[in-house]
Design a protein around this ligand. Structure first.
Ligand code: A2P
Length: 320
């Protein structure tokens, strides 16, 4: 089962694709040419994504070796005893016998919730409680990482990495990792460029994947961003789009590629799926890249320090 596939620069982000649409969306993305899928147990659609992958592979749209599949270990499975079962559940749902990349989803360990109780368990420990809250668990990240390394050694995952780590956690991880993390996945877009974090990760030889590469769009429907926060209407973006005859979204995604990150935009719309992959026959000038980078205002949309308090009555900052 050996392949030298490296992570394609554009992947389909599967967060928020409704289970009822996920099989068709996954198959359609592969048909359009996507060869990188960014999944997670927490997205609640892995079984349907698996149906889409199986359908695409059975139809000969591509081979398993040509497809890069990432998934993520959920917070409730950080204890070393739960890491392999969590991965095996993900593999069963995705109908795969290995992953290309398995990531620790958040540097947040939560109390274990058995599969039979609830899957995926999401953030709150007991949704039926009068005041549902998160229940943090005392599991050191180093122990979780050791169990992730064992998955590589068992041949179940090709590479391992982390999401939502800051520089301090990366330095610490590098001090104990026997198998080094190959990828850091973090939120990044023109309003949150994260230059120093990306430089730090690359200095350690990691690839960096930007999630929410279009900025606020995903968060508006969740009430976590305002209408006014769209990078797609910024004059610097519109000027480059006009010059290149491309859409503002393509300009922002191309900016992500040119600064050396891979990107995982989500779309359920076939035209936008095509558009988001069609980024390799044009280029932003150095000035355009600089003008878009200058939009940075360290605006983080996906911040547990904010949403955990609002939604789960638990103050749990990790970036401060
Ligand atoms: P839709 O699924 O209707 O296309 P991100 O991955 O950065 O979080 O962005 C996802 C959001 O951006 C979704 O709301 C998606 O809506 C929208 N989106 C994805 N691609 C484009 C595009 N090319 N132009 C405009 N909106 C897009």
């Amino acid at each position: 089962m050996c392949s030298d596939l490296s992570m394609p620069p554009v992947g389909l982000g599967l967060w928020k694709i409704a289970p009822g649409e996920a099989a068709a969306a996954t198959r359609q993305a592969i048909e359009i040419g996507y060869r990188h899928l960014d999944s997670a147990a927490d997205y609640g659609n892995e079984a349907e994504v698996g149906e889409g992958i199986a359908s695409a592979l059975q139809s000969g749209l591509c081979s398993r070796d040509a497809l890069w599949v990432t998934s993520k270990l959920w917070n409730t499975y950080h204890h070393p005893d739960h890491v392999r079962p969590a991965l095996e559940r993900t593999l069963a749902d995705l109908q795969l016998d290995y992953l290309d990349l398995y990531l620790i989803h958040f540097p947040i360990a939560l109390a274990y919730v058995p599969f039979e109780t609830r899957y995926p368990p999401e953030w709150v420990h007991d949704p039926d409680a009068e005041t549902p809250v998160m229940q943090p668990a005392p599991v050191p990240l180093a122990e979780t990482w050791g169990a992730m390394e064992a998955l590589v050694e068992a041949g179940l995952v090709r590479q391992i990495g982390v999401c939502n780590y800051n520089t301090g956690l990366l330095h610490d991880l590098m001090a104990y990792a026997r198998i080094k993390p190959s990828v850091l996945q973090v939120e990044s877009h023109p309003y949150l460029t994260q230059d120093r974090l990306i430089r730090c990760a690359k200095g350690y030889g990691m690839d960096v994947t930007a999630f929410s590469p279009l900025g606020a769009l995903s968060y508006r429907e969740l009430g976590m961003a305002d209408e006014a926060e769209s990078v797609l209407v910024e004059p610097a973006v519109l000027a480059a789009a006009e010059r290149l005859g491309r859409t503002p979204a393509q300009v922002v995604l191309r900016w992500g590629i040119q600064r050396g990150t891979s990107i995982i935009p989500k779309s359920s719309n076939p035209d936008r799926l095509r558009q988001n992959l069609d980024l390799f026959d044009f280029a932003l000038s150095a000035d355009e890249v600089a003008a878009i980078s200058a939009l940075n205002k360290n605006r983080r949309f996906n911040d547990p320090g904010t949403f955990c308090e609002v939604a789960f009555d638990t103050f749990y900052p990790i970036y401060d």
